[in-house]
Design a protein around this ligand. Structure first.
Ligand SMILES: [Zn+2]
Ligand SMILES: [Zn+2]
Length: 288
């Protein structure tokens, strides 16, 4: 089965609209994985999901059955939900999957984002049928994909997802907000790195956090992010074919991201020959 991966939001932390970020994009994390007919899995609900929602309202057949996998509930991964039009359209059914945080159920976290003190419309008032399912790890099937979740090194409970087409085809993985360096203290096993490499074996395309430059990473230890070179090393170790750098640092303009890509490609040429390295751009589509 072939399918398409489209980037609707590529930025980390906070939306960064403006001429200096226009090429790589200013919207926060949202990636759409779409296959035959109405098959669609949405990864994260940052501000990019608003544009995806508008496009779905234009082209998708009604009613919609949508699945959203959340990596975690930091703002930049859920802030687009209140503006996701299909969620406010009667007859649609939206299923959200993700982890609870520090004992707070996922549904309550999404509710709190739309509490009357900070937002005019409560989550429960939206017209679509909403189902929230908590994921702790393991494998489950949605919309033609076998989904496997893996706990990442990032503050809170953050999940990476591997999507394997049930009917055969290339495998992809989405690992954003992940600290590959030794900084930080996270609730993961001692052999986390080798488990991660095993998890990624057989993956064709890896979307991975490449937020910080090598110059920044030391001062950001424990913040839960990686450099492009660290992502290249992981992709190489796991035998991945293509790496897509993601979750761009808000202080980086297009020129700064260009420089990171050039650096990552020359690092890959020396250390990971044959690995394809790209940076996610808003509006970019890949066919797998
Ligand atoms: Zn983030
Ligand atoms: Zn985060």
């Amino acid at each position: 089965m072939s399918y398409t991966v489209t980037f609707w939001g590529t930025r980390g932390s906070i939306p960064t609209p403006g001429v200096h970020t226009a090429r790589y994009g200013g919207n926060t994390s949202c990636v759409a994985v779409s296959g035959a007919r109405d098959q669609l899995v949405i990864l994260d609900a940052g501000s990019g999901i608003r544009l995806l929602g508008r496009e779905l309202m234009r082209v998708a057949s009604m009613p919609m059955n949508l699945d959203i996998l959340l990596s975690h509930t930091h703002w930049d991964h859920i802030q687009g939900l209140p503006f996701f039009q299909p969620l406010n359209t009667r007859g649609n059914s939206v299923r959200i999957y993700g982890a609870a945080q520090a004992g707070v159920p996922l549904e309550e976290i999404l509710d709190r984002q739309m509490d009357p003190v900070v937002f005019p419309v409560p989550l429960k008032a939206l017209a679509a049928d909403l189902q929230v399912t908590e994921v702790t790890g393991g494998t489950f099937e949605i919309d033609g994909f076998l989904v496997e979740a893996f706990r990442l090194r990032h503050p809170g409970t953050t999940l990476g997802y591997k999507l394997v087409p049930v009917k055969g085809g290339r495998t992809m993985a989405y690992l954003t907000d992940n600290e590959l360096g030794s900084g930080g203290s996270y609730d993961v096993p001692d052999d986390w790195r080798s488990q991660l490499v095993r998890f990624l074996r057989g993956v064709d395309t890896l979307i991975h956090d490449g937020m910080y430059s090598e110059a920044m990473i030391e001062s950001r230890a424990g913040w839960g992010h990686s450099t492009p070179e660290q992502a290249v090393a992981l992709a190489w170790e796991a035998g991945v074919r293509r790496l897509v750098l993601f979750h761009h640092e808000p202080e980086h303009d297009d020129g700064a991201v260009d420089a990171l890509v050039i650096g990552a490609r020359s690092f890959a040429a020396a250390r990971a020959p044959g690995l394809v390295v790209e940076a996610a751009m808003e509006g970019m589509s890949l066919t797998l």
